[in-house]
Design a protein. Structure first.
Length: 119
């Protein structure tokens, strides 16, 4: 995100200062809209990492407060895994990140490549 905000032209922020905008107005009204691609890509990546984090959830969550990833891990029985149940649980678990990435795919592609090539 540092490179996304760094690539915002200084001329734009200087023009906003001349027009009387303070630092928070520049951030809220200029920097955030211009960095929407990078914010979206970062948000999807962070959401996906947090959504799929089963190790910390299994170790840190109380027994009665389990996440979906730990629920899928605990669906095994003494006779092995019931693949029908594990398949349905896994499909439910991957649906939100996939749907979110489908809705914001145009921002995702722009945000992942933003700042990769210097002009």
């Amino acid at each position: 995100m540092r490179d996304v905000f760094r690539d915002i032209s200084r001329d734009i922020t200087d023009a906003a200062r001349v027009d009387g905008a303070d630092i928070w107005q520049i951030f809220r009204l200029i920097a955030l809209p211009l960095s929407l691609d990078g914010l979206t890509a970062t948000g999807i990546i962070v959401f996906s990492f947090c959504w799929n984090e089963a190790l910390f959830a299994a170790a840190l969550a109380p027994e009665h407060a389990a996440t979906l990833a730990t629920f899928i891990l605990s669906s095994r029985s003494t006779q092995g895994a019931d693949f029908n149940i594990v398949s349905v649980d896994s499909l439910i678990a991957i649906t939100p990140p996939v749907l979110m990435s489908l809705f914001v795919h145009r921002y995702l592609a722009g945000g992942l490549t933003f700042g990769a090539v210097k002009d």
